[in-house]
Design a protein around this ligand. Sequence first.
Ligand code: C2E
Ligand code: MG
Ligand code: MG
Ligand code: MG
Length: 272
Amino acid sequence: KSSGRGTYRRFNVAMHAQLQAHQQIKIALRGALERNEFELHYQPLVSLRSRRVTGCEALLRWRSPERGMISPSEFIPIAEETGLIVPMGEWILAQACRQAARWPEHVSIAVNLSPVQFKHRNLVKTVADALSASGLAPARLQVEITESVLLDESEHNLHVLQELRGLGVKIAMDDFGTGYSSLGYLRSFPFDKIKVDQAFVRDLPHGKESLAIVRAVAGLGESLGITTTIEGIETEDQLAIVNAEGFHEVQGYIFSRPLPASEVSKLINGQL
Ligand code: C2E
Ligand code: MG
Ligand code: MG
Ligand code: MG
């Protein structure tokens, strides 16, 4: 009984610490945009056929003076909860398009969109403004959404996706395979790209189930005419498998980690 009570107490202490961290991040996040604490890093996407960089994904970084580098998986959920993701998302789109406009024309830019951004009427205008301010050709911008965008308020969100598509922007489904009913969503919207989540890569080359799923998605992409990308490739063994299965594109530490703008530009220009 006494040990039970001790466990409960430890649990409480841990919960309290977590809650406190959450609160602190929430407070620090307010004004972080104005204080210029955000930065975009860019991770190359490499075509398996040409072995060249075909695009980069913009990944948000937060350098907090008090807390150091904070991972997006820690602060994006809080930014979503507070609605701060909306002005942050505008900055991300503008910044990413401006950066990509300096790259060679065959290199595209992928930007992650939060489901919360879809709740705001001006998402389409935000995207259109980022394109016109930067002069980036719309077809060079890919927006990445997760299944949750089609989960709630799907009618409205589908309409927004259609409007984005109308601008000439490409639409990618991110983290494919981790949501609820992936396959059905491929019927509700004609995605340009499927990005398989890194969860399916981790246990390759030995995981039978992962291999079967990876193979099925490559086949699905082939028959639906959708570009297939796989994230989180770290080893030569993993690369060999996804190459053999017919994926079009990979993203992962084996080629490059996400890099600051100046470094990714060097990498892109170095292969010209
Ligand atoms: P995501 O969009 O699925 O991005 C891929 C994540 O996988 C990135 O983590 C990237 O650094 C990581 N990654 C890439 N290759 C490898 C690899 O070979 N091995 C391993 N272990 N990891 C790899 P990151 O940058 O920490 O971002 C995490 C998530 O945060 C993103 O997942 C995305 O959902 C969200 N996020 C990041 N930037 C933004 C943004 O600008 N806006 C929104 N709304 N969400 C963002
Ligand atoms: Mg992504
Ligand atoms: Mg992903
Ligand atoms: Mg992910």
